[in-house]
Design a protein around this ligand. Structure first.
Ligand code: SF4
Length: 295
């Protein structure tokens, strides 16, 4: 453990130099009760569908010191992923390189440059990343449950560092407690007043569901992910393209036409998505989606 105080301003300046668009720091206290209650209720409703990993380690999600003993501060960071161009059918966030790799490398660089000790997380550990983004004051909750960063909207990736140093100053939320999204059923039935019901969400169905697509699921404009509520969000007005090369689609991806998708081979899939988050759906899952796609 490092006993030197974390200089919050220096950390943020270094984060901006590495291309992060927001950085905030909060004490590593347990998740506040209002959010913990919402999260438990969301699980009780079964809204996580068969993403069993969401049910695992609930207490660890709510208590940072159970995940990383010795943690003193949580640093939440955001990268703008809005690409300059888009291949239709694929969610905006998955146009470029796999965000896990890009974010992890940037977090690693930030820790190396600032001497920050601890652990970096990118959507791969029991961390409530949207809560921490809110708590660290880098964004506010949208009605679709996403986090919107002022000036950049909801098209941001989030990453966290569980730091072993206390900070000289801590940030506070920029907006009051949220109802954790939902209440937008007229736009999409998945957006319930109790939060997002993943079972009804095209993003879940096209990426996480390893089985058959339910008969009432229709893929109109998408075969990987869904941006409908993202684009409908009033905060989306603040989203603007990044020049970050990591999040731009390759010329090969941009060149794909509907007929190319319909005849996609495993070999083409491997080349096209070698470094992409689209790999998560696997070849079989992507083909299943493409066969159900009505552009
Ligand atoms: S991502 Fe699409 S399907 Fe999922 S909640 Fe938003 S609009 Fe509905």
């Amino acid at each position: 453990m490092n006993s030197a105080l974390l200089n919050s301003n220096e950390l943020k300046a270094q984060a901006m130099r590495l291309g992060f668009v927001a950085c905030g720091v909060a004490p590593a206290e347990p998740v506040q009760e209002w959010y913990a209650q919402q999260f438990r209720h969301w699980l009780q409703l079964g809204f996580q569908a068969d993403m069993e990993y969401m049910q695992n380690h609930v207490e660890m999600r709510l208590q940072p010191s159970l995940l990383h003993p010795g943690v003193k501060s949580i640093v939440s960071l955001a990268l703008n992923y809005m690409p300059e161009r888009q291949q239709p059918g694929i969610s905006l966030y998955a146009q470029g390189k796999d965000y896990h790799d890009v974010m992890h490398e940037r977090l690693r660089q930030l820790m190396a440059k600032t001497g920050l000790q601890g652990r970096a997380f990118v959507d791969t550990a029991p961390v409530l990343e949207r809560y921490w983004a809110w708590r660290c004051g880098i964004g506010e909750f949208c009605r679709n449950g996403l986090i919107s960063v002022p000036g950049y909207g909801p098209t941001v990736f989030l990453g966290e560092i569980f730091a072993e140093q206390e900070a000289d100053t801590y940030d506070v939320p920029i907006s009051p407690e949220s109802d954790n999204g939902g209440g937008w059923e007229s736009l999409c039935p998945a957006l319930t007043p109790q939060g997002l019901d993943a079972r009804l969400c095209l993003s879940y169905q096209t990426i996480e569901n390893r089985g058959e697509l339910p008969q009432d699921v229709h893929l109109k404009r998408t075969f990987y992910g869904c941006d409908r509520c993202l684009r409908a969000c009033p905060q989306f007005r603040e989203s603007h393209p990044t020049s970050d090369e990591a999040f731009q689609p390759s010329s090969e991806l941009l060149g794909m036409q509907e007929s190319d998708w319909r005849s996609l081979t495993p070999e083409q899939y491997t080349v096209l998505f070698r470094k992409s988050a689209v790999k998560r759906a696997k070849y079989q899952g992507l083909i299943r989606n493409i066969l159900n796609w009505e552009p």
